[in-house]
Design a binder for this molecule. Structure first.
Ligand SMILES: Cc1cc2nc3c(=O)[nH]c(=O)nc-3n(C[C@H](O)[C@H](O)[C@H](O)COP(=O)(O)OP(=O)(O)OC[C@H]3O[C@@H](n4cnc5c(N)ncnc54)[C@H](O)[C@@H]3O)c2cc1C
Length: 598
């Protein structure tokens, strides 16, 4: 009987997933509907590109083509609790950084860099945290970089335009909107251990705050990109999937743009490869690149816009000599696990394992542990931070997870894999609390550069993580504080000490937070990326030499071409980068409409 029941459940889940996948596939415009010339061509359907394409197509007289290198999404991308499962799959570009000064344990000492590939881009497969950044981030863009129109007060309407805040405690606090197409929710029933964590940091003086409100400094149970129906809220399901304007918004997944086409200094169209065939489409008004902070600089450079010396080295005719690919920024992070003390197993509550039962609960009823997001965020400021609590510079997230039984399900691989397998085996099948310590206002900057003129050859990425000495100090201080919370606060008794990571030793006496050598070793071996690539097509006043796009996101010296995605950030925001990129998409769409009188 039990076998029949579980087989029936399995089949019903498989059917629901298939149905979901088929629904998402309908996004692709049929060949017979396609035109050869559009008003606007948007390249990249990620957080920003989906919004730009959809907002432009609100005007039924305007034809828009949206090209995306990856395929339709569906099935697991809808499930908030499944995001770990597609880190390394076909929905990710699977980039790695050049060999780094930290994070040496990763294969070939190359820190993995994740970026979404598919409809919705990274918004379809990210970790779902909703964090706008600090108001001072945007004021700095405006005041220090001459990005006029991008101060906090000026960008706020564009945050509100996409947001639908569903938490009644936050909706009316003056910082939120309830009318946009992207629903955000707060975790309705946090597990007991998460509440104990919150209590512990409260006791240490961190107040509960709305990090998307007046101040970031404090602690919060994360607001997440999840709808009231339990489904991930992405730029794709908020704006283009299902396609709200099939008549004048044409969407082509599996279309990799190889080049922007120019007539003199004017962008006139794009060349792309779809199902192995090279095709060309033209834009009467503008081409908008929204390929993300690696894809956009790469596409610009192979098209002839970039640092002259680099382009010449690869025999690419120079259309404009601009610092494309420079000023790459990302948030360095470090993830560490603590097991729950078995004596206090009851504090775990329901776990979010990807079981057939939980999947059925999700797809059939849009409920259950897979429909929730399990993280808290606590913002700190370090000694080097002159701005203090009003502009904190680091944070640690805490999340509750169930460690997989099968180690091949883990997202990262290491050079000494057998040692890491031995280390991870202590967690297998057990509940754990994860610390993710992140440096949110790093000073280090890297680059994205060409290695070939062939658009199919990935560019090289170098995050230069923690190369600025103050960044290293700040990272150490952040980690020490996070460990202090786990080892010395009222949370400590619920935690269990684990074996040290491979290649590092605990100090003979004392706690981890007191053990400098272990913390330095952790960073040396295990520092990773926050997956927030940005800054490579810097926006600012056109008088500046370090700028690629002006404050209206037009490529300097070129007509008919804008860049609109996380690459335009003059400095990375003090938080996760999806929300500000959605804002960039909204603001860019409005500027295009205004400039074209449409
Ligand atoms: C694993 C992961 C976890 C994250 N977690 C969070 C989080 O919890 N909260 C948060 O706020 N942020 C998070 N982020 C970051 C956030 O999602 C990104 O900063 C944001 O989505 C970037 O948006 P974008 O529009 O710049 O680029 P993307 O959303 O990455 O979109 C770029 C799109 O362009 C396409 N493309 C690239 N090149 C081409 C080409 N040549 N032709 C056609 N198409 C092309 C790509 O396939 C992609 O779909 C995370 C990111 C990742 C990868």
């Amino acid at each position: 009987m039990a076998v029949i029941e579980s087989t029936a459940l399995f089949l019903s889940v498989a059917l629901l997933i298939l149905q979901n996948y088929v629904n998402h596939r309908a996004i692709e415009t049929s060949d017979h509907e396609l035109k050869h010339v559009y008003d606007f061509i948007v390249v990249g359907s990620g957080s920003a590109g989906s919004i730009v394409a959809s907002r432009l197509a609100e005007n039924a007289h305007i034809n828009v083509l949206l090209l995306e290198a990856g395929g339709p999404v569906g099935g697991n991308t809808d499930i908030p609790g499944a995001y770990f499962s597609f880190f390394n799959g076909p929905m990710d570009w699977n980039f790695t950084h050049e060999e780094q000064f930290v994070g040496k344990a990763f294969v070939n000492r190359r820190i993995p860099e994740k970026i979404g590939l598919g409809i919705g881009g990274s918004s379809s497969h990210n970790t779902l945290i909703y964090n706008r950044g600090n108001r001072r981030d945007f004021d700095i863009w405006s005041q220090e970089f001459g990005a006029h129109g991008w101060s906090y007060d000026e960008v706020m309407p564009y945050f509100l335009r996409w947001e639908n805040q569903t938490d009644p405690h936050l909706a009316n606090n003056g910082f939120h909107s309830t009318t946009g197409p992207i629903q955000v929710t707060s975790w309705a029933k946090p597990n007991p251990i998460i509440l104990l964590h919150q209590k512990a940091v409260n006791e240490l003086g961190f107040k509960n705050v709305d990090i998307n409100g007046g101040e970031q400094f404090g602690t919060t149970i994360a607001q997440a990109f999840i709808g009231t129906n339990g489904v991930r809220s992405s730029a794709s399901n908020g704006f283009i999937d299902p396609n709200p304007y099939p008549h004048n918004l044409h969407i082509l997944p599996n279309s990799f743009v190889t080049r922007v086409l120019f007539e003199g200094k004017t962008a006139v169209g794009v060349e792309f490869v779809r199902y192995g065939k090279l095709q060309t489409m033209f834009a009467k008004r503008e081409v908008i690149l929204s390929c993300g902070a690696v894809g956009s600089p790469h596409t610009l450079m192979v098209s002839g816009i970039g640092p002259k010396d680099q382009l010449k080295k690869f025999g690419i005719p120079v259309v404009a000599d601009l610092p494309v690919g420079e000023h790459y920024q990302n948030h360095p992070g470090l993830t560490y696990n603590f097991l729950i003390n078995p004596k206090y197993k009851y504090v775990v509550g329901e776990n979010s394992a990807i079981t057939v039962r939980n999947l059925n609960e999700f797809f059939a009823n849009h409920r259950g542990p897979l429909a929730a997001h399990h993280r808290t965020i606590t913002y700190l400021f370090t000694k080097n931070n002159q701005q203090g609590p009003h502009h904190p510079n680091s944070n640690f997230e805490t999340g509750l997870y169930l460690f997989p039984q099968n180690l091949t399900e883990l997202p990262f691989r290491y050079d000494r894999q057998h040692e890491w397998d031995a280390y991870h085996s202590q967690f297998m099948g057990k509940d754990y609390l994860l610390i993710h310590a992140i440096l949110y206002r790093p000073r280090s900057m890297g680059y994205v550069r060409l290695v070939s003129n062939n658009p199919f050859v990935y560019p090289t990425i170098n995050g230069k993580f923690l190369t600025h000495p103050l960044d290293m100090e700040d990272m150490i201080e952040t980690l020490k504080y996070a460990f202090f919370v786990f080892e010395r606060s009222s949370l400590a008794k619920y935690m269990t000490q684990t074996a040290p990571i491979p290649g590092c030793q605990y100090c003979p006496k004392g706690f981890i937070y007191e053990c400098d050598s272990y913390i330095r070793c952790l960073i040396d071996q295990y520092c990773d990326s926050g997956f927030h690539s940005s800054g490579t097509c810097r926006m600012g006043s056109v008088d500046r030499k370090d700028v690629v796009v002006d404050p209206r996101l037009r490529v300097k010296g070129i007509d008919g071409l804008r860049v609109c995605d996380a690459s335009i950030m003059p400095l990375i925001t003090n938080g996760n980068t999806n929300a500000p990129t959605l804002m960039i998409g909204e603001k860019c769409a409005q500027m295009i409409k205004d400039d074209n009188h449409v």
